[in-house]
Write a protein that binds this ligand. Structure first.
Ligand SMILES: NC(=O)c1ccc[n+]([C@@H]2O[C@H](COP(=O)([O-])OP(=O)(O)OC[C@H]3O[C@@H](n4cnc5c(N)ncnc54)[C@H](O)[C@@H]3O)[C@@H](O)[C@H]2O)c1
Length: 432
């Protein structure tokens, strides 16, 4: 496979401050990968590779190892990281082939499935490359960086035009509760869907400020490919903070909006069955963790309105952990799903779905339904592997759902920056 130069990765797809109208991305000219995955039998061994062997990449390696020990027919065949010490540690721990460039890993025939656990702004490019190389993909959330709307569209198109399986790393989607709620909404229990309310409240900036600095004296060079880390972000001189604690910086991250909200918004979009938002408005900022390096918000509230006459709101802060109810999954508050005839939420003991009818004469009867199973990241992996074997593109967190969710988050980030209500034009697929 031809190697792609760094300049390729650095082609800017930013939505510039001056104009929110995104430049045309020539969707039609995208060369779709023509490789077709061969059908695999349930017994075939799948070769799995992890790109990005930092914190999350290592938890994936542990999960994959666990799955293998539990009898999944998989092999961890390769790892890739642009930072040598992490790459070598993972390669030796799992006896996997080390690669310093993801293009080389993707050319490896032993690799069937790749897990992308690099920083946010790298995901989209690597996912496209992986699909075009004929690999199935477990891509960490957020699917792309908040400024990469064009890239998100390109990835959507690539997934649509190819047979490869894609699942986003929103492991909350392995929780049966959301699928049960979705079915209830589809069957008409709440009547005409009206509103989804969700959020993420927690205390602490440890997710950003306390990311591990493996080596305070690290330098860019042959052991640390700074250009590959930068990708399409603005060219900047190497900085230990930027490399190891990238979540503090807008060039690579979006704070809780893109780090945490995919965990609580994805299922609400799915349950309500909404397509693309008509308009999004958001306000947020650094309300508590105001120190020199931090650029990303710690508090952020957004509202998305849909042509289906549905509204979704996501509220959140990293400065208060009162969720007003039980937590579900990765620390997010339980959503409330409202319709013309009643609402769905989760019981205080977190074991049941509660349907509360509207307070009106002749309303439906209240209903309590046990939740079948909870969230389990191993199950999320198993679902992907099962989809890879059966060639079923309908994973628990497929690309079209990732696109619908990420567009809201991208519009929200841009809305807050410009203090404008942003509109999505369905015909042109542009944010205006
Ligand atoms: N689903 C979840 O619950 C969950 C939890 C944690 C992190 N994540 C996601 O996982 C991703 C990684 O987060 P992390 O905390 O592990 O970050 P990290 O910094 O610990 O790890 C990222 C690794 O990617 C490597 N890297 C950077 N650019 C690369 C490139 N071009 N090619 C190959 N390797 C490259 C870095 O050297 C680093 O080792 C993030 O997008 C994050 O949102 C998801």
């Amino acid at each position: 496979m031809a190697k792609r130069s760094n300049s390729d990765m650095s082609r800017r797809s930013f939505i510039q401050k001056s104009s929110l109208a995104t430049s045309s991305i020539l969707l039609g000219s995208l060369t779709a990968g023509s490789k077709r995955a061969e059908s695999r039998s349930a017994n075939d061994r799948l070769g799995v590779a992890v790109i990005g062997t930092g914190g999350r990449g290592n938890s994936h390696l542990r999960m994959l190892n666990q799955l293998k020990e539990d009898g999944e027919n998989i092999e961890i065949v390769a790892v890739c990281d642009i930072y040598r010490p992490r790459r070598e540690a993972a390669a030796s721990a799992y006896k996997a082939k080390p690669y310093d460039d993801h293009h080389d890993l993707l050319a490896d025939k032993a690799v069937d499935v790749v897990c992308i656990a690099t920083p946010d702004h790298i995901h989209g490019y690597q996912a496209i490359d992986a699909i075009q190389a004929g690999k199935d993909v477990y891509c960490e959330k957020p699917v792309t960086h908040w400024r990469q709307f064009d890239l998100t569209k390109k990835l959507l198109k690539t997934v649509q035009e190819n047979d490869q399986i894609f699942q986003l790393g929103t492991q909350a989607m392995s929780d049966s509760v959301w699928h049960q709620m979705k079915k209830m909404v589809k069957e008409g229990l709440i009547g005409q869907p009206l509103d989804g309310e969700t959020g993420f409240f927690r205390i602490g900036d440890w997710g950003e400020r306390e990311m591990t600095i493996d080596d305070p004296n690290a330098i860019a060079g042959k052991d640390l490919n700074w250009e590959a880390f930068l990708g399409d972000s603005p060219k900047r001189a190497f900085s230990v903070d930027r490399f190891f604690r990238w979540r503090l910086f807008e060039d690579y991250a979006g704070g809780p909006v893109t780090d945490l909200y995919p965990h609580c918004l994805t299922q609400v979009v799915d349950i309500l069955g909404v397509d693309m938002p008509e308009s999004v408005v958001a306000l947020g900022g650094i309300h508590r963790y105001d120190y020199e390096l931090r650029e990303v918000p710690d508090t952020f509230n957004l509202i998305a309105q849909y042509p289906e006459k549905v509204t979704i709101s996501v509220l959140g802060t990293q400065a208060n952990d009162f969720n007003g109810g039980p937590l579900r999954g990765s620390g997010q508050r339980c959503p409330v799903i409202r319709g013309w005839e009643g609402s769905l939420t989760i019981s205080d003991n977190n074991k049941e779905i509660i349907f509360t009818p509207i307070r009106e004469k002749g309303a439906k009867a209240p209903l309590t339904v046990p939740i079948e199973t909870g969230e389990d990241n191993l199950k999320h992996w198993q679902k992907l592997l099962e989809c890879c074997r059966s060639r079923n593109k309908n994973s628990w967190s497929p690309m079209d759902l990732a696109f619908r969710t990420q567009t809201v988050l991208q519009m929200a980030m841009l809305s807050n920056r410009t203090k404008k209500v942003l509109r999505y034009d369905k015909d042109t697929m542009e944010i205006v």
